[in-house]
Design a protein around this ligand. Structure first.
Ligand SMILES: *Cc1c(COP(=O)(O)O)cnc(C)c1O
Length: 355
């Protein structure tokens, strides 16, 4: 049990008005949760304080060797006024898997959940209520030892910030164009690809810029060794419907295990659809597309929930998926997952947690 000290802001910011089209990750609420770690002392000094800049030593290890992790989940306002979290236990479990991989001390799951609930409760008034909107929750940990040398830090800061976010697609679901990257790679097995850490994102920037310049919104990564097998998209996992079967790359150590991915798999199975978690080569996709068997493709992630893919491009080959629109199953998954998140549809046991 944490004993959270609360220091309220004396200068609250105006809440975004209902007609303000919220962008993703640009506005932050009045408060943040902070907790320190020190070797020998453990996690301590848990507190909620006004949202404010940090003061760090320029030699703080996070700036030089990238020892940092993050998570991302959302809080939703249900019609009955309850504040709901979607599968926070999965994010917390993944956070500690990331921590173990990059030598950051773990945070007990109960304390982690208590911290999330406390900060969300504190700034509950910031949860937007228009369809498609939510409060994005960003927990993260940074290494703070003032030291230029490579080793795990002895001190850390754990912080949770909150950001009201709009519908990812203000006009409803919108198919995206995806660039299959065959030059740069994001991660390799044995690396940190399955950990949610900034290092994976810095590795992806160059290809993302390239894809954007070509008019593509996201990069689809191939495996780092053979550059043949599909891994995942920027910040989403990827699904295909090929000849009636749901296919998604198997978690192999270099793919981020998404909570939305797991939710899609469980829902599809509960609807009696065949789901295959296995290796999928880019060639298999092109062949399926040519034979008219690539029926749907979508990305899954907390930000957009479900992102239908209309086009894939690899080198000079461009493939349209079915009619380039939104697939039936993509739409059904979007409606079901968001319905569960808002408390409108009953989901599997334990998926929705009241704050
Ligand atoms: C966070 C993330 C995802 C999606 O995970 P969710 O838990 O579904 O939000 C997928 N890929 C990468 C690289 C990520 O960082």
């Amino acid at each position: 049990m944490l004993n959270i000290r609360v220091e309220k802001t004396t200068t609250p910011k105006p809440l975004p008005t209902a007609d303000n089209p919220l962008k993703f990750g640009t506005i932050f609420t009045d408060h943040m949760f902070v907790m320190n770690y020190e070797t020998g002392k453990g996690w301590h000094d848990e507190r909620i304080v006004p949202y404010q800049p940090l003061t760090l030593d320029p030699s703080a290890m996070v700036f030089h060797y990238g020892q940092e992790m993050f998570e991302g989940l959302k809080a939703y306002k249900a019609e009955d006024g309850r504040t709901l979290l979607f599968r926070p236990d999965k994010n917390i479990e993944r956070a500690n898997n990331t921590n173990r991989r990059i030598c950051i001390p773990e945070i007990p799951a109960d304390d982690f959940l208590q911290a999330i609930k406390a900060i969300v409760k504190m700034d509950e008034a910031w949860i937007p209520t228009k369809p498609g909107t939510s409060l994005y929750i960003r927990p993260f940990i940074i290494a703070t030892d003032p030291f230029l040398g490579v080793r795990p830090s002895d001190t850390y800061l754990f912080i949770i910030i909150l950001s009201p976010v709009g519908a990812y697609y203000p006009e409803g679901l919108n198919p995206v164009k995806i660039w299959i990257e065959d030059e740069y790679v994001r991660a390799v097995r044995g690396g940190v690809g399955e950990a949610k850490t900034g290092a994976n994102y810095v590795a992806s920037l160059k290809a993302q810029v390239k894809a954007h310049d070509e008019g593509y919104s996201q990069v689809l990564w191939l495996d780092g060794v053979e550059r043949k097998y599909i891994e995942e998209v920027g910040a989403m996992n990827i699904f295909f419907k090929i000849d009636g079967k749901i296919v998604t790359p198997k978690l192999n150590g270099s793919i981020l295990p998404g909570v939305t991915r797991d939710s899609c798999i469980q829902l599809c199975k509960s609807w009696g659809l065949p789901v295959e978690e296995r290796r999928v080569s880019a060639d298999e996709l092109f062949e399926a597309a040519e034979n008219g068997k690539l029926e749907e493709c979508w990305g899954s992630g907390t930000a957009a929930v479900i992102s239908p893919v209309g086009h894939l491009r690899c080198e000079d080959k461009v493939f349209q998926i079915a009619d380039g629109g939104i697939g039936e199953l993509s739409q059904k998954l979007y409606d079901t997952v968001t319905g569960i998140q808002l408390g409108k549809i009953e989901g599997p046991e334990g998926w929705v947690v009241t704050v």
